[in-house]
Ligand binder design. Structure first.
Ligand code: PTJ
Length: 254
């Protein structure tokens, strides 16, 4: 189906299309289509734009990545289908390794995700060699299997569109966790060190830009940015934005 240029929700429909294509080519899990629907609902309530708290979180995330010794970006089916080029760009900008890590994991889809990243410029993608996979404690899903050279030894892990179990397990393993999650109330959002409440398709470019603009700063300056960030406070601001948007809508209809 061709989406007319004049359609008021063209961008949102084009994003859906990317996911449907990703599903048809074996990159996205069936459940990934539902996850997108959930995200869209929150995006709508947030006004479908990058909010101030999201921009602040991106800046703190850039500082954490610049301070990291072994940063890793964890890539699932949705992320690979939505914005593969941006993921590769972000990895370059912050010197992170890329690792495929799936919730509904099987080797065929893992390879399909890795192939998508390679086709979009990734030189190396971890997480597909089963001999190199180790088991992270505290997770029952396929996400527990992580690469010995990647998430296993990482100090900072970016986990966009994540589930709460792994976020908690990664934190318990002593890692700093950065996530993109449109739902500020989700367990992942509440458990991560830094939650960017933004659509990953918008927010990832901003994070890459923040990584570039922050590079070259002193360790002390980066640490100051990081120490000045409070995830719980920032999440509350996102919730306030949703509340204000809802109140405004109610006032219109009343
Ligand atoms: O490819 P797999 O097997 O690893 O599976 C990936 C999914 C996304 C299916 C899996 O991680 C999953 O079930 O995720 P959830 O718990 O349905 O969704 C995770 C969070 O991501 C939810 O809070 C959604 O609101 C949020 N979300 C969905 N789409 C976006 C988003 N956040 C930012 N940007 C989006 N585009």
């Amino acid at each position: 189906m061709i989406i007319p240029r004049s359609h008021p929700r063209r961008d949102s429909l084009l994003i859906r299309k990317r996911l449907v294509r990703g599903f048809e080519s074996g990159v996205v899990a069936k459940e990934g289509l539902m996850a997108q629907g959930r995200g869209e609902a929150f995006d709508y309530l947030l006004g479908e734009k990058t909010t101030r708290p999201a921009a602040r979180a991106a800046r703190a995330a850039a500082a954490a990545l610049a301070l990291a010794k072994s940063p890793v970006i964890s890539v699932n089916g949705n992320l690979a289908a939505l914005c593969p080029k941006d993921v590769v760009r972000l990895a370059r900008a912050c010197g992170a390794r890329l690792e495929v890590n799936l919730f509904y994991g099987d080797q065929k889809r893992r390879r399909a995700v890795a192939r998508t990243l390679a086709e979009n410029g990734a030189q190396e993608v971890l997480g597909t060699d089963s001999r190199r996979l180790k088991r992270l404690a505290g997770i029952d899903s396929a996400r527990r299997r992580v690469d010995a050279d990647g998430i296993w030894r990482a100090d900072v892990v970016v986990v966009p569109l994540e589930d709460g179990d792994r976020t908690a397990a990664l934190r318990a393993a002593g890692k700093q966790v950065i996530t993109f999650d449109l739902n500020p109330l989700s367990r992942t959002a509440q458990t991560a060190n830094i939650t960017i409440v933004d659509n990953v398709t918008r927010g990832i470019g901003r994070l890459t830009a923040s990584c570039r603009s922050i590079s070259g700063r002193s360790t002390a300056a980066l640490q100051k940015v990081l120490d000045g960030f409070d995830n719980a406070e920032n999440l509350s601001e996102s919730i306030d934005i949703i509340r204000a948007n809802l109140t405004r809508r109610t006032a219109w209809s009343g």
